[in-house]
Design a protein around this ligand. Structure first.
Ligand code: NZQ
Ligand code: ZN
Length: 389
């Protein structure tokens, strides 16, 4: 096991009706906030009214920033920064999914910075200050409710880039599984795939002595695999929604990565797809992750055998490791298909004509490599996109 520092400071408030606690929580930090939300689902579902009532009840003044779309854009981040500066706002609330909360985090680092907030996303500048962020999560998927990341797309050139800083972990996150009853089946499935991917980016490591986090990862994966079909069948199954929601947070708060080197190639390869083609992040991952697995499994076949046996209950003759590993990869691919996700570029209606460009972008013209399980160069990434066709 490698040395590590683990920090997970986000206060998680989990369960039925917890959204009504928002005002009380916020009040401990500020009485003048920016309220960020997306394209209107929170109005349709009634969450908006509850949020406003809770803020009013606690005498918290709010300014709204609405219309944040999936694969959130930089232009709205600029708007949010401006609103905060004009109105002396010192706390940001996100009510929604990863796109909304990531925008809230971007605004939080942008307000105290004199330059262009995009500098953080290009790596030109380190985050040293951020306003506090709190949220109500309405889609379990990205784990942003406890993660140190924010991912934003710059419309100029369609660059989708992320930042990592402990300063942007939300101070509190409110998770009521009832708020996820209204999620369309496709978004539910995309969320399940994304959280599985967060666990697998950590699971596929070359560090051999990480038994505890292997077992935690396997348990979380199995929980998602078992409960996703239940909620697709019955979207109002509270207990299944609750299992998925909590798994999504633990998948990406850093716990599963303790003591090991993480990979993250599949995410970077996927981000190029959702940047250019504007597909849901989870749907990009259901295409890329199985292709990545087929490309790298020989590098550490024992890890893929463990994955197949412990997560997918593969029960083949132990003398044929390759067959076991491949069966595990086949089962995850079939699982993604069974919950309605694309598993090839063709399934998502994506042609192959921009593969070179995407590989070029995520390796900065072959000057960077991706991944740690196996180091990938530009040509490897082209090969993976081609395997995903
Ligand atoms: O915009 P509204 O109208 O609210 O509709 C949203 C949106 O269309 C809808 N929705 C959300 N909650 C709902 C609901 N519809 C009905 N009922 C509800 N309860 O769902 C759609 C998708 O929302 P979005 O926020 O885009 O989804 P998600 O949470 O999957 O976020 C994806 C973004 O997060 C990034 C992704 O790359 C992508 O940009 N990620 C962020 C990470 C992080 N910060 O740690 C890590 C991830 O790996 C990921 O990269
Ligand atoms: Zn993800």
């Amino acid at each position: 096991m490698q040395n590590f520092t683990f920090i997970s400071p986000t206060k998680i408030i989990f369960g039925k009706d917890t959204e009504s606690l928002l005002g009380n929580e916020v009040k401990q930090y500020s009485s003048n906030v920016l309220l960020c939300y997306g394209g209107g689902s929170i109005k349709k579902t009634g969450v908006y009214d509850k949020v406003i009532n809770s803020l009013k009840h606690s005498n918290v003044n709010y300014t709204e920033l609405s219309g944040i779309r999936p694969n959130p854009r930089l232009s709205l981040v600029y708007q949010g920064i401006k609103l905060c500066r004009e109105n002396n706002i010192n706390f940001i609330i996100g009510v929604g999914g990863g796109s909304v909360i990531d925008t809230a985090k971007a605004i939080a680092v942008g307000v105290p910075y004199n330059g262009d907030v995009w500098d953080f996303y290009t790596g030109k500048q380190e985050v040293t200050k951020a306003l506090p962020v709190g949220d109500i999560l309405t889609i379990p998927a990205t784990g942003t409710e406890a993660s140190n990341s924010s991912v934003i797309t710059n419309e100029q050139g369609l660059f989708k880039k992320g930042i990592n800083s402990d300063l942007i972990r939300p101070v509190f996150s409110i998770l009521n599984p009832e708020l996820t009853f209204t999620l369309p089946a496709y978004q539910t499935a995309c969320g399940a795939c994304d959280m599985m991917a967060h666990i697998m980016e950590r699971y596929f490591t070359n560090e051999p002595n990480v038994d505890l986090t292997d077992r935690l990862s396997e348990a979380a994966l199995k929980t998602i695999i078992n409960n996703t079909p239940l909620v697709l069948k019955n979207p109002k199954d509270y207990n299944a929604r609750a299992e998925i929601m909590w798994a999504g947070t633990l998948a990406h708060n850093g716990l599963m990565g303790t003591g090991r080197v993480e990979d993250w190639a599949s995410h970077k390869i996927e981000h190029e797809l959702s940047a250019i083609y504007d597909i849901a992040h989870g749907a990009g991952l259901s295409i890329i992750f199985p292709a990545w697995m087929r490309y790298v499994y020989k590098h550490n076949i024992k890890r893929f055998v463990q994955f197949a046996v412990r997560v997918w209950d593969v029960n083949l003759s132990f003398d044929n490791e390759e067959a076991i590993a491949l069966e595990g990869i086949r089962r995850i691919t079939e699982f993604f298909k069974s919950i309605g996700l694309p598993v090839t570029l063709t399934d998502a209606g994506i042609s192959q004509d921009r593969i070179e460009e995407m590989a070029d972008k995520c390796t900065a013209s072959d000057t960077n490599t991706l991944g740690n399980f196996v180091t990938l160069h530009k040509q490897d990434i082209i090969n993976i996109y081609k395997m995903a066709k």
